[in-house]
Write a protein that binds this ligand. Structure first.
Ligand SMILES: CC(C)(COP(=O)(O)OP(=O)(O)OC[C@H]1O[C@@H](n2cnc3c(N)ncnc32)[C@H](O)[C@@H]1OP(=O)(O)O)[C@@H](O)C(=O)NCCC(=O)NCCS
Length: 163
């Protein structure tokens, strides 16, 4: 008989930093596979995570980083920040900034569990809208968001001479 290991989601701590940097590089390289203009993960991940830490330390910002763990190993993370959209009646929103689950741990509910933590972060602040930007060709991420109940709302059009 096999038992399915349990996924735990919790706020990150300093000890998780290296695992988060590695997973962030995986996220970046995944998206780079879909959009080659993205920087290589190894080149940007450490400074990107340092930038997140600066934002978490800024008293003017409110955000969170959640890690998903299985058997003591970090297999995914999500970040979110409180933002505002002055055009909406409910101005405040939660922006999902980053989300990734390690390739070998996908389709076991970790993505959904990380989003559940973000939704708790939102409801604790009585914020009713959660938004996320997804590459239009990222079918797996779109499928996951839609499975949870997210609806496509806006599209970013781009005119680039680099492509
Ligand atoms: C998107 C991602 C975070 C999903 O994580 P996950 O742990 O695999 O997702 P879950 O197991 O919680 O999936 C929940 C549901 O979403 C849907 N879903 C998830 N991945 C899917 C896929 N590849 N194809 C179709 N549906 C998918 C399914 O309905 C799934 O339920 P099921 O497995 O019972 O069918 C993961 O694929 C990932 O890290 N991708 C690379 C990075 C990325 O694209 N991040 C998002 C940037 S916006």
């Amino acid at each position: 008989m096999t038992t399915r290991s349990e996924i735990t989601v919790r706020s990150w701590s300093r000890a998780d930093r290296a695992a988060v940097i590695a997973l962030n590089a995986e996220l970046q390289d995944y998206e780079r596979g879909l959009r080659p203009s993205r920087r290589p993960g190894a080149e940007m991940s450490e400074s990107y995570v340092a930038g997140l830490e600066e934002r978490f330390a800024d008293p003017g910002e409110e955000g969170a980083l959640y890690v998903a763990e299985v058997d003591g190993k970090i297999i995914g993370f999500a970040t979110c920040f409180v933002g505002a959209d002055e055009l909406e009646m409910a101005t405040e929103e939660i922006l999902i900034h980053d989300l990734v689950v390690a390739a070998e741990a996908r389709r076991r509910g970790a993505g959904q569990a990380l989003i559940a933590a973000v939704r708790r972060f939102a409801s604790e602040r009585r914020i009713t809208r959660v938004v996320v930007s997804v590459l239009t060709i990222n079918e797996a991420a779109s499928a996951m968001y839609q499975a949870i109940g997210f609806q496509p709302a806006t599209v970013t059009y781009e005119l680039s001479e680099d492509a």
